[in-house]
Each structure stands twice: as C-alpha cells, then as structure tokens.
Design a protein around this ligand. Structure first.
Ligand code: UFG
Length: 330
C-alpha cells in the first residue's frame, strides 16, 4: 500500500482527493493548518495539524510516515485578493511551497503532484489553450503558481524531484454522493455564489463586467467537475509512482461558458429566481479561459464523466441545499 501525503487535504479540492484516494486503497495522511479548510471535510485516513511555514512541522510528518508521494493543494486562491495583498500570495503559495520541496528532498521523497491553474496563462493569445501556450499571468495569484512550476522544473533538473503540474481551469461542482462540496469563507467563486442566491442565502449575484470581448460581454470560463479533476489526479499519481518523468497537463472540458450562461443554466437547474446586478469588472480577470486537454486525455487516459455544465451545477445545487438544511437545523 502506498502512502500519500495530501498537503491542504482539508480544502475543497484536497478533501475530494482524500476521499478518492481512500476508496482506491491508498494510505492517506492529510497535512493542513485549517486556515481555510475544515477538519470534518477530511473523511478518513490520518490527519496532521501542521503549517507549511514551519519546516519542523513538515519534518515531523515525513519522519513519522513512510511517504511515497506528495500532493500539494495548499494555497490561497483568490485572484482579486492577490492583487491587493500580493505579499500573502508570495509568502504562502511560493515560499511555503519551497519549504515543502526542501523537506521532501531532505527526507528523500521525490514525487510530487502540484495543483496549478489556468491563471498562469493570462489573457490568451489563442483558445483553446494547450500546455505550450505562452505564460503571462495577469495577477499575483497566477504568477505564484507559474513561479512554482518553474521552481519544480529546476528542482527536477538539479535534484531529480519529479513533479506533475495539473492546471485546473475552473474547478466546480461537488461530490456526487453529496458528502463534500465547495465551502470557501468568504466564497468568491461564481457557481456557489449564484446557487447561494438561488437558495436565498444571498440577495443577489453581481456580474463582474459586461464589456469583455466575448459574445455577451461577460467573462468566459471552462468549468470542470471536481470529480473529474480527482480522476485526473489519480491517473497522474499512478504514473508518477511508476516512475513517469515530470510533466504538465491542462484540465478542462474545452467548452467555455459566459457568466450570463452560468446564471441561466443555474436558473434552469434550480427553478428559482436569481437576482442579478451588473457591476464593474474585477481586477486581474481575463476575458476567456478555455482548455485544450487533449494531452491529458491521450497521455493520462483522462475521460471526464461530468462534462455537462448543468450536471456540474446540479451537483453543486444538491450540496447547497444540504448545507442550507444543516444550517437550519443548527
Ligand atoms: N464572477 C462574477 N461575479 C462573482 C464571482 C465571479 O461575475 O460574484 C465572474 C468572474 O469575474 C469570472 C467568473 O465569474 O469571470 C469566474 O470567477 P471565479 O471567481 O469563479 O473563478 P476565476 O475564473 O476567477 O478563478 C478560478 C479560481 C482560480 C483559478 C482560476 C482559473 O479561483 O483558483 O479559476 O481559471 F486559477
């Protein structure tokens, strides 16, 4: 049985991964400082409360468990906040990742899966975006992720640390069994905000900008189901543990939906009224991000099961209704 350290395993993507790894019979150790994650979202395995800023915490976990590979999800993810508070992003997303990689090397662990993002590309020169597309991040969040990708490249060349970087476009949806879902505090992502408006937890959803160079003027994104992202991680992990060289993959469905289209789809799925306000554009946003994930399909054998936007929204809606019910009871 292989032992996997999931750094940031109490967060949205990490918690879904932990569930899948356990189902696939991996031994899972979650490392998280619970600054944005939830202990109750870690559905099994062992939990280690620790901070990436503290090399001793990291050393302890590597010395305590026979770790075969690391999956790294712990980072700050708000594009807008990264523009106003870049220090927070460089410190946590870059410097703390350096801590993790250095302790991995010190402890002889040389296989890493890194959670990267479409934000490394910036405003695309062409769509869909393949792996070779030039990198020109439009905000500090994207820059920190791109810096880590380059760091990993250098660490492989110098020290033989192999890494697979998975660049998510817009992770969305929830565990189809409704045990897990998106729970950011504060929530900034479009789909959960729209659904919180549909359920009555929020009064309205504000559309950020209508003057983009897109058919309806609102931003276009490629929404990819969390469960499909998890499957891609599993495939990449298997390759990594079998000695595959470092690589990068874009993960998305290759279909772009505008903010307005997402709201319309949510209206259809939920059959509720959603009050929309049109506001100013958000700093650091790009008009259109759509993935070319041919490489992941061909080399990893990735085959997304929930590519349909309405299914993604349906699963997120199921989760939203359950959250609401629990809050009502509490
Ligand atoms: N949006 C609104 N109103 C809102 C929230 C979002 O109009 O209240 C718009 C945004 O402007 C954007 C789209 O909805 O055009 C999606 O925004 P999200 O905040 O849901 O997602 P982002 O595209 O900004 O960023 C997400 C993740 C990043 C990741 C990126 C890659 O937060 O971690 O996708 O595309 F890097």
């Amino acid at each position: 049985m292989k032992t996997i350290l999931v750094v940031g395993g109490a967060g949205y993507i990490g918690s879904h991964i932990v569930k899948l790894l356990l189902k696939e019979k991996y031994r899972v150790i979650t490392f998280d400082n619970l600054s944005t994650g939830y202990r109750h979202a870690v559905l099994g395995g062992e939990f280690f409360l620790g901070d990436l800023a503290n090399r001793d915490d990291l050393r302890r976990v590597f010395q305590h468990y026979p770790i075969d590979g690391v999956m790294h999800f712990a980072s700050f993810i708000q594009v807008g906040e990264s523009v106003t508070h870049p220090d927070k992003y460089y410190q946590n997303n870059f410097v703390n990742t350096l801590n993790l990689l250095d302790i991995m090397l010190e402890q002889g662990v040389k296989a890493c899966l890194f959670s990267s993002t479409a934000a490394i590309f910036g405003e695309p020169l062409y769509v869909p975006i393949d792996e070779k597309h030039p990198k020109n991040p439009a905000n500090p969040y994207g820059r920190t992720k791109w810096m880590v990708e380059q760091l990993l490249n250098d660490y492989d060349r110098a020290y033989g640390l192999r890494a697979i970087c998975l660049r998510y476009f817009n992770a969305a949806g929830a565990d189809p069994e409704c045990q897990l879902g998106e729970c950011h505090e504060p929530e900034t992502h479009l789909i959960p905000l729209v659904l919180q408006t549909a359920s009555g937890r929020r009064k309205s959803i504000t559309v950020f900008g209508q003057e983009y160079d897109t058919p309806d003027g609102t931003c276009i994104r490629d929404y990819v189901h969390i469960q499909d992202l998890c499957q891609a991680h599993l495939l990449a992990l298997e390759q990594l543990l079998h000695g595959a060289p470092s690589d990068v993959y874009n993960l998305g469905n290759g279909a772009g939906f505008s903010v307005r289209e997402v709201i319309t789809s949510a209206q259809q799925v939920t059959q509720r009224n959603i009050t929309v306000i049109y506001g100013a554009s958000r700093a650091g946003d790009t008009a259109r991000l759509v993935a070319d994930a041919t490489k992941a399909r061909q080399q990893l054998g990735w085959n997304p099961q929930f590519a349909d936007l309405s299914t993604i929204i349906q699963h997120a809606w199921q989760w939203e209704l359950q959250q609401l019910q629990q809050k009502g009871r509490g």
